[in-house]
Design a protein around this ligand. Structure first.
Ligand code: ZN
Length: 499
C-alpha cells in the first residue's frame, strides 16, 4: 500500500482495458487513440501536485538537482523523449525502502530511496532511469490510458488522493480504492512484454550514448533479483513489474556483445547524493544512529569517493542531530580534502551538497549573515541550483532583510512561475514586513499552484478585506478571482460529469 504510483498506473490500465501495442496511432493522426501529449502532461502535473504534498516526497535541493542533472544528461541523447510538446522532465525521490522506480504521464519519473541506495554505481542508477525514460519516449502510459476524455481521468486524481491518505490511515484509503474502480486492478500493473522490451532497448541506447557502463543494467537487475531472495521485507517490486526473464537478460546481453566494455569513473556527487538520501530516508533518532553506523563502516573504504561521502554523511547526521559544532568540524574536514584532491576539487563547483549543508549549519547556529554570504558565493558557482536559491531567501528573511528577500523572490518567480514554494516564501517575507494583504495574495498564488483553488479564493477574500490593501492590489485580486473562479467552474463541471 505504500507504493502509491503502482495504484495509479494500475488504475490507468484498468480504465483502458489493456495496453495493446498493435493498434498504435501514428503521430499527427487526428482521430488519435492515445492520450494527447497536452492531456498527458496535464494529468501528470495533477498527480504531481498530490505527490509534492506527500510527507514522503523528498524535497531536498542537492538530491533533486543530482537526479535532474543525470536525467537531463541522458535526455540529451534522446531529445525525442520530450515528445511533441517538448516537455521538461522532472526526476524526484520518495522515501521508501522498497526497490522501485516509476514513470507518471508527462515525464515525471520517481525513484524510491531504497533503489537509489541499492545502486552501486551511477551507471546502475542510470540504467533504471534510461528504462523509465524509454517508457515515456515510447508513450507507453499514454497508449495505456488510450483516448479517454479528460473527465474520465478526473476520478484518477481522487483515487490517488485516497492512496496518499493511506499513509496516515490505511483502512480508509483502502476502502476508497476497493470501492472505486480499482477493484480488479491488483497486480495488473505490468506494461506489456513488448513495452518492457522497447523500454529496455531505448534505455540501453541512452545508457550507451550517455557514456555509461552498459553492464550496469545487467549487474543491477541481477543484484535486485538476489536481494529478493534474501530480504523478503523489502521485496523489490521493480522486479515484480519488471521480471528479469532469461529472454530479457539475453536481449540486454546480446546488445552488449558489440559494445566494448566501458569502465566509468563515477563523480563524487553520486556518492554524496547517496549519503544524503540515506540520512533523509529515515531521520528518526534510530534512523540517524543507523546511518551513522553505516557511514562509520564506509569510512574505512579503499575508495576515495566512498570515504569522502561517508565523512560527509556523518556531518549531515550531526547536523540533523542539532550538533552543529560537530557537523561544522566534519564538513570542514571533507571540504579540505576535496580542495586538495586534483581529481575531486572541481566538485565544489559542481554540486550544491557542500554549500547546502554549510548554509544549513550556519542557520542552525543562527549565524544568518554568514549563511547569506555562503549562499551568495554558492549562487555564483551554481546559478541553476534551486535549493540554494531557496536557502538564500530563507536566510534573508531570518536576518530581518525581508524587503531584499521579497525583491529576490519576485525575480525568481518571474523565472520559475510554477514553483509554489517561492510564493510561500514570498508570503513569509511580506508577513515579516507587516504587509498582510500582499501576504495573503502570495498565499493564494501558492494554493492555486498546488491545485487548491477554493483555498486560493479564500486567501483572496482575506486580502481584499485587509484595511491596508492598496488600489493596485485590488485590481490584481479581481483579475485573479475571475480567472480562478472560471477554472473552478470547469473543475466542478468535470466532477459532476464523473458522477
Ligand atoms: Zn518497465
Amino acid at each position: 500500500m505504500k507504493f502509491l504510483p503502482a495504484v495509479v498506473l494500475a488504475t490507468m490500465l484498468a480504465l483502458s482495458g489493456a495496453g495493446d501495442a498493435q493498434n498504435l496511432p501514428t503521430l499527427g493522426d487526428t482521430a488519435r487513440e492515445d492520450l494527447s501529449p497536452i492531456m498527458e502532461r496535464k494529468l501528470g502535473e495533477q498527480i504531481m501536485q498530490s505527490v509534492r504534498r506527500d510527507p514522503d516526497y523528498m524535497d531536498d535541493g542537492p538530491v533533486s538537482e543530482y537526479l535532474n542533472k543525470l536525467g537531463n544528461l541522458m535526455l540529451e541523447k534522446r531529445p525525442d523523449a520530450r515528445g511533441e510538446t517538448g516537455n521538461d522532465f522532472e526526476f524526484f525521490a520518495v522515501r521508501d525502502p522498497v526497490l522501485n522506480a516509476f514513470a507518471f504521464p508527462g515525464g515525471f519519473i520517481g525513484f524510491h530511496s531504497g533503489l537509489i541506495l541499492a545502486a552501486q554505481t551511477e551507471s546502475e542508477l542510470a540504467s533504471v532511469m534510461g528504462h523509465e525514460i524509454g517508457h515515456v519516449a515510447q508513450r507507453h502510459i499514454a497508449r495505456m490510458i488510450g483516448s479517454q476524455k479528460f473527465d474520465v481521468l478526473i476520478p484518477l486524481a481522487s483515487l490517488l488522493l485516497g492512496a496518499l491518505a493511506a499513509r496516515s490511515s490505511p483502512d480508509a484509503a483502502m476502502a476508497v480504492i476497493m470501492g472505486g474502480q480499482g477493484v480488479a486492478i491488483q497486480r495488473q500493473i505490468n506494461f506489456t512484454r513488448e513495452a518492457e522490451r522497447e523500454a529496455d532497448r531505448v534505455g540501453f541506447q541512452i545508457l550507451r550514448d550517455g557514456g555509461f557502463d552498459t553492464a550496469g543494467m545487467v549487474t543491477f537487475f541481477g543484484r535486485m533479483q538476489g536481494a529478493s531472495r534474501n530480504y523478503t521485507d523489502v521485496a523489490p517490486s521493480y522486479l515484480r513489474s519488471h521480471p528479469l526473464t532469461s529472454e530479457r537478460m539475453a536481449d540486454i546481453q546480446g546488445r552488449m556483445m558489440d559494445q566494448r566494455y566501458k569502465q566509468r569513473v563515477d563523480g563524487l556527487d553520486f556518492y554524496l547524493m547517496q549519503a544524503r538520501v540515506r540520512v533523509l530516508q529515515d531521520s528518526s533518532t534510530q534512523g540517524l544512529m543507523d546511518a551513522a553506523t553505516f557511514f562509520a563502516g564506509q569510512e574505512h573504504s579503499e575508495k576515495t569517493e566512498s570515504k569522502l561521502s561517508a565523512e560527509y554523511g556523518l556531518a549531515f547526521v550531526a547536523y540533523k542531530q542539532h550538533d552543529y559544532a560537530k557537523a561544522q568540524k566534519l564538513l570542514n574536514q571533507v571540504v579540505k580534502q576535496v580542495e586538495q584532491s586534483v581529481r575531486q576539487k572541481n566538485m565544489l563547483k559542481q554540486t550544491s551538497a557542500f554549500a547546502s549543508l554549510a548554509i544549513d549549519i550556519s542557520m542552525g547556529n543562527k549565524q544568518f549573515d554568514l549563511a547569506i554570504k555562503q549562499a551568495e558565493t554558492a549562487m555564483q558557482q551554481l546559478p541553476l541550483s534551486r535549493g540554494i536559491a531557496y536557502q538564500y531567501a530563507e536566510a534573508l528573511i531570518a536576518a530581518n532583510r525581508s524587503a531584499e528577500a521579497g525583491l529576490f523572490l519576485r525575480d525568481q518567480i518571474s523565472l520559475y512561475r510554477q514553483e509554489a514554494g517561492l510564493q510561500n516564501l514570498l508570503a513569509k517575507s511580506y508577513e515579516a514586513q507587516g504587509k498582510q494583504a500582499l501576504q495573503h495574495i502570495a498565499l493564494a498564488e501558492a494554493y492555486a499552484l498546488d491545485g487548491a483553488l477554493p483555498a486560493a479564493l479564500q486567501q483572496l477574500d482575506i486580502a481584499r478585506r485587509d484595511p491596508d490593501v492598496q488600489y493596485f492590489d485590488l485590481s490584481v485580486i479581481d483579475a485573479r478571482e475571475r480567472e480562478w473562479k472560471e477554472k473552478r467552474r470547469e473543475e466542478m463541471l468535470d466532477e459532476k460529469k464523473k458522477k
